[in-house]
Design a protein around this ligand. Sequence first.
Ligand code: ZN
Ligand code: ZN
Ligand code: ZN
Length: 141
Amino acid sequence: MKQEEFVQRLRDKGYKITPQRRAIIDILLAYDTPPSAKEVLDSIRGRFPDISLDTVYRNLNLLADLGVVNLINLRGKETSRFEIGECHHHHLVCLQCGRSLCVDFCVMEERELAAAREQEFEVVGHAFEIYGYCKNCRKAG
Ligand SMILES: [Zn+2]
Ligand SMILES: [Zn+2]
Ligand SMILES: [Zn+2]
């Protein structure tokens, strides 16, 4: 997906496209591996010297709520990484280096959500991650 499509999605949901939001989308698209909020902040500072980490977090989380960004590594705010993309999937997360690998499957099945419906709970999303050690970290011992 191109930047314009992500921007359009924000518009469709009634969100304003601020220059910062556009820049954050640009930055996410430019990274090969999903960056942390801190890395996004470092990249955006060249264009918006006054932007705070909180503002970056707020915008990244908004994009996550809209389904434009996948949140990876849920264990802590500092270790979280943000992957832009539409397609729902899950991740293997390395406990040593924090690297994440995409895995193209979802453990959640429609019938498992029946339990939520019985509680009159409206499901809007879910998160699931597999933790372990990547090939490089295993080699290093
Ligand atoms: Zn690793
Ligand atoms: Zn992924
Ligand atoms: Zn899933």
